[in-house]
Write a protein that binds this ligand. Structure first.
Ligand code: ZN
Length: 142
């Protein structure tokens, strides 16, 4: 597997508007896109910091994994996952790490925000950090 860069850092937030306000008005960054990802029951907002994005995640439903994460975290948001861009196919990367004994959350790539192919690895196998592998299927790179 070849990882080219950190594609984004996922941060769970209980209140997306409030979080965007912080990133824009305190840190002076710009939120360039919001997108609902039905599959994951979240609204995402993207902020670019150099080549890396911050992906803010707000639950759209109480049974969203983000809602459960925030509940477990005492109602607060926090860092949720790190996403690495892979260059030779998320499916190939999954097969490789599974062979190395990594527990997978997604056995096959699925569609994530921003048109990316994504898959999550289980934090039990990734030094306790929920890890996402992603690739832009259009080939223009993410
Ligand atoms: Zn993500």
């Amino acid at each position: 597997m070849k990882i080219s860069h950190i594609e984004h850092i996922g941060i769970a937030v209980p209140d997306l508007a409030k979080a965007i306000d912080y990133y824009e008005n305190v840190l002076g960054l710009k939120c360039y896109k919001q997108e609902v990802v039905e599959d994951q029951k979240v609204t995402t907002a993207f902020i670019k910091v150099g080549d890396v994005k911050i992906e803010l995640l707000e639950a759209t439903s109480p049974d969203s994994t983000i809602a459960k994460f925030i509940e477990k975290n005492g109602g607060r948001g926090g860092m949720h996952h790190i996403a690495f861009a892979v260059e030779d196919g998320v499916d190939n990367a999954l097969a490789e790490v599974e062979e190395k004994g990594v527990k997978l959350i997604d056995k096959a790539p699925r569609k994530g925000a921003d048109g990316l192919q994504i898959a999550f690895l289980h934090p039990k196998s990734t030094e306790a950090v929920l890890t996402e592998l992603c690739e832009d299927p259009s080939g223009k790179g993410c």
